[in-house]
Design a protein around this ligand. Structure first.
Ligand code: GAR
Length: 209
């Protein structure tokens, strides 16, 4: 059974979606870099062990990442799922978990890497927006995309309504991709990413229109 750790910094609604999905893998632990993250409450309610590793208590990124790495090893983790984890990870940490670490990002990557994606979409006047689940590589928000949720931007949308609507899609596509990995439907191999045994050419799309 795939042992999953979820890394969080905030509310943890994606963590909740993963908990509620009854995955064939097991969420063995949740790590937060923020002690006040509501995601920790969600984990505790679900009976999942938690670890708070505060980045502020370490002299640099590598030292913080080393402690997280050790915690993941202690939990015997097979898959690391970043769910609103708002820290950039060191190259060494990313290398150690290459092919075993996922992120969800609130934009249709490769568009709008980084922060404030909803505002940037509104500023540009894009018609399409959404979210992307991707493998994590050393370059920020640039690893292979596995799935995307798409929605149409309405004329009345603001940052808050867009964030809410993207969240709804996130809660569908993230558990689905994690389950595909747990079940071997998606596999990270030396030959590349396989989806149902074939090379994955483009992310699986989920449309909300
Ligand atoms: C999600 O919208 C996720 O896509 C975003 O943070 C939010 C966390 O919500 N992640 C990033 O921006 C990563 N760069 P949640 O805590 O309710 O799951």
């Amino acid at each position: 059974m795939t042992k999953i750790a979820v890394l969080v910094s905030g509310s943890g609604s994606n963590l909740q979606a993963l908990i509620d999905a009854n995955l064939s893998g097991q969420i063995v632990g949740v790590i937060s870099n923020k002690p006040e993250a509501y995601a920790l409450e969600r984990a505790k309610k679900a009976g999942i062990q938690t670890a708070v590793i505060e980045h502020k208590q370490y002299p640099n990124r590598e030292a913080f990442d080393d402690v997280m790495h050790q915690q993941l090893l202690d939990w015997n983790v097979d898959l690391v799922v970043l769910a609103g984890f708002m820290r950039i990870l060191s190259a060494k940490f990313v290398k150690a978990w290459e092919g075993k670490m996922l992120n969800i990002h609130p934009s249709l990557l490769p568009n709008y890497k980084g922060m404030h994606t909803h505002q940037r979409v509104l500023n540009t006047g894009d018609v399409l927006h959404g979210c992307t689940v991707h493998y994590v590589t050393a370059e920020l928000d640039a690893g292979q995309a596995l799935a995307q949720g798409l929605l149409k931007v309405n004329v009345h949308d603001d940052v808050n309504t867009l964030a809410d609507r993207v969240h709804v899609l996130e809660h569908v596509i993230y558990p689905q991709v994690v389950e595909w990995i747990c079940s071997g439907t998606i596999r990270h191999t030396e030959q590349g990413v396989l989806y149902r045994g074939q090379a994955m050419q483009e992310p699986v799309q989920f449309c909300k229109f």
